[in-house]
Design a protein around this ligand. Structure first.
Ligand SMILES: Cc1ncc(COP(=O)(O)O)c(C=O)c1O
Length: 370
């Protein structure tokens, strides 16, 4: 929750002062001061108890390791970051900003953890959800009057539907609703919603930000000090704290975010092109950017399952955004939305050699034809 725009120690490299590019900020932000024999990297500080009289006070309210990760992601997204134990915890903290009995405008199809949480909170009477297709701006405009929060996920998981983000941000703002964007798929490399005027950005830092399939972590970023204060307060009172090692690993992973995204995206562009020509694939969903590609397999669920279980290099697993390529049939999860086709495989394209990825995938796809 350290403000990246605040004045820093003169010995620290200030990305704001130097107007560094985001790829440089990812490498430089959230480091200890440059002092002789000081370490370059954030220290791991296991602490529940601090000497009295300081700003942290107790281990549920802050930690120097979390703060270094937050400084870095805050600098990348252009706001102040608060980290949580998971992406879902960050989502829950943002939903907690909605007043009791309020109204949330949200997509019908999004990450199933988000739609499940929205449904659960609605059933408990916490708020009302107006669910719609976010790519239909007119529908959003009609749903916005009286709304407290517009929740945006673009591209959506796993259908990869994109929405007009600047249009949604200005419509939400004009209606007086907070606009929160789940930026997990795009990452700040490809999209910076706060710069477009969104109020909040949420990430499953489990995915691209950390990037190595070894962390569960979430983060919410805001500019408005009042929102930041409320997000921090929710974390302290509800206790969904980021893990210390997770914060450290995520910060380490963040250093290579730009090169990982560039490589994974280049692989995804090429694979999406080849998949579109493959006879076993009836539809490719790829928004033209990012590194997630969803494909529908000819036949149905059984054929798709066989493909997901038939690769040797690609890992059959859920989650996404790691250096390694993974794939799965999304409807194997009972909570996945019924609008997601039974035969849809979501591919998270990693940074391996693209020819190796293609030959493994093509080998698994070929039996579908027979
Ligand atoms: C788009 C999106 N948002 C949020 C989440 C939730 O994140 P976490 O699993 O870290 O709680 C996920 C998880 O897959 C996701 O894909």
């Amino acid at each position: 929750m350290t403000d990246p725009t605040a004045e820093s120690d003169s010995s620290e490299l200030s990305s704001t002062e130097l107007s560094l590019a985001p790829a440089t900020v990812a490498v430089t932000a959230g480091r200890p001061p440059r002092v002789a024999d000081g370490p370059l990297n954030a220290p791991l500080v296991p602490a529940s108890t601090y000497h009295a009289g300081g700003e942290i006070g107790y281990g549920r309210y802050g930690n120097p390791t979390w703060e270094m990760f937050e400084t870095a992601i805050g600098a990348l997204e252009g706001g102040v970051a608060t980290s949580y134990s998971s992406g879902v915890a960050a989502t829950a903290a943002v939903l907690d900003l909605v007043p009791a009995g309020g109204v949330v405008v949200a997509p019908t199809t999004a990450y199933h953890g988000t739609t499940s949480l929205l449904r659960a909170l609605t059933e408990r009477g916490r708020f009302v959800v107006r669910a719609l297709d976010l790519s239909d701006l007119d529908a959003v405009l009609s749903a916005l009057p009286g709304a407290d929060l517009l929740w945006v996920e673009t591209p959506s998981n796993p259908l990869l539907v994109t929405a007009d983000l600047p249009g949604l941000v200005s419509a939400g703002g004009a209606a007086g609703a907070l606009v929160a964007v789940d930026n997990t798929f795009a990452t700040p490399v490809l999209c910076r919603p706060l710069e477009m005027g969104a109020d909040l950005v949420v990430h499953s830092a489990t995915k691209y930000l950390s990037g190595h399939a070894d962390v569960v972590l979430g983060v919410a970023v805001a500019r408005d000090p009042d929102l930041v204060e409320r997000l921090v307060a929710t974390r302290g009172t509800q206790g969904a704290l980021p893990g210390l090692l997770e914060s450290w690993l995520a910060l380490r992973g963040l250093r290579t975010l730009h090169v990982r995204m560039e490589r994974a995206q280049a692989n995804a562009v090429e694979l999406a092109r080849r998949l579109a020509d493959h006879e076993s694939v009836s539809r490719v969903r790829y928004p033209g950017f990012g590194a997630i590609v969803s494909v529908e397999i000819r036949g149905g669920a059984d054929e798709a399952t066989r493909v997901s279980e038939g690769t040797r290099l690609w890992v059959h697993a859920t989650s996404l955004g790691g250096v390694e390529s993974t794939l799965e049939r999304r409807r194997r999860w009972p909570s996945e939305g019924a609008e997601v086709p039974d035969s849809l495989l979501r591919l998270s394209v990693g940074i391996e050699d693209v020819e190796d990825l293609w030959s493994d995938l093509a080998r698994a796809l070929d039996p579908v034809l027979g």
